[in-house]
Design a protein around this ligand. Sequence first.
Ligand code: HEM
Length: 524
Amino acid sequence: MAQFRAAPRHDALTTDQGVRVDDTDNALRAGTRGPTLLEDFHNREKITHFDHERIPERVVHARGAGAYGYFENYEPLGEYTCADFLAEAGRRTPVFVRFSTVQGPRGSADTVRDVRGFATKFYTREGNYDLVGNNMPVFFIQDAIKFPDFVHAVKMEPHNEMPTGASAHDTFWDFCSLQPESTHMLMWLMSDRAIPRSFRMMQGFGVHTFRFVTAEGRGTFVKFHWKPKLGVNSLVWDEAQIAAGRDPDFNRRDLWEAIEAGEYPEWELGVQLVPEEDEFSFDFDLLDATKIIPEEQVPVRPIGRLVLNRNPQNFFAETEQVAFHTANVVPGIDFTNDPLLQGRNFSYLDTQLIRLGGPNFSQLPVNRPLADVNHNHRDGFGQQVIHPGTNYFPNSLGGGCPAHAGAGGGAGVFRHYAQRVDGEKIRVRSESFQDHYSQAALFWNSMSDWEQRHIVEAFRFELGKVESVPVRERMVGNLAQVNGELAAQVADGLGLPAPAAAEGITTAASPALSQENLTGTGGI
Ligand code: HEM
């Protein structure tokens, strides 16, 4: 076919079929003042395409900004993982990163109080690896089955679609007050971390405990941390509100302009590594996404740096159509049984099938792996590839994809980490997930005076917008479990009496962890 293709010429507008158009300003009509004719295929095609320009926005993290760059590894990590992109000092891997808010729709303001997404796609030589993190190290819920409830509560209220860009409303606080596992995350959300000055000045976290796996199949638990070279800097609340009014694109613009000016933002990737045999040596469960591993207990080891140095050319094609997925892993990186992570591993592909119109979105330029792709997946909406030959396996007639690598397939093949799983088939939250306050208290106690003041002011502001007095009271009751002074100050600002528990603060300790008192360790 190529020999028949006309030389590209950009001197005239064409239709989708490549036919040059004489006039795109006037529809074909019967007479100068007559009706428009259906026969005008250019007019119909132009309007039809326009009518179909919008796709559904992401159900969460709808508003975002992205950029390209690279990740550079500091040292060979073969002792812990066989991931190729971490195998050699100085190896560079291209990346695309998308930062986002969570709650608001695509057109909402940047500087609202919210969690920020920090999602990175590494285009490695062994396939795409996505680290789909946030700028806070913990999450609101422990089990993904609660995510639809949580998001329904945090999103705009169903009757009037308000508020469109902040968490200050009854349903959110109702849910969280009834859900003490949210308490630790709420402390982060009410802190200045929730109003970053710039995407360039945000930390990122993989949140879950993941697993590094060596070529020999040995596992090590790993938590991922991004640390910004410019340090962590936030807005103060008044600034955030002014910026939301004056420049709703405040964070997006900052990222874009820094990259255009050649001031490339940079982060360091660090890992906390925990040997498999130490799984039960903490007073919290490594599988519980509402917990951090304190850095005093397991220091963060820097392993590489991320540099963003190129803005996208087309927001829709790249930033909007990029599809991150926690299940996009490469050899050397695997999951744990964290029930939040297990649910995410289902949800992202499922939502992208509808958001990006069918099963072929990995062929879009921003999602396409640099590694070779060979499989027998065929057809479907948006298929871009003209596959020759047959499409099944095993196959003696020729065509189709090559055989799978098999057990002896050597390096660079993904093999699931072999973990023993047994337990009763039950719907129950592990006992080891029950302490919801100790780390919230740890966070509060680690804050300086002014940081604590900002947290109290944020609780007062947000809860002050809640109409339901029982919800306010319940929330203050939860805070009393974290710190009596915090609860008393918030209560005072809301005109409520200090809760009784505020005098004798209890922070329930986790039951000691052991193999015996953990049940149901299987995945989905
Ligand atoms: C989107 C992070 C929990 C479902 C995102 C994005 C990030 C993110 C960064 C935006 C990706 C982008 O820029 O395109 C997280 C973190 C979580 C978490 C760090 C907890 C540790 C969950 C859970 C679910 C979920 C539990 C569902 C069970 C989704 C969905 C999207 C999304 C459906 C939209 C994806 C798309 O349309 O492409 N999440 N999330 N997330 N998340 Fe999560």
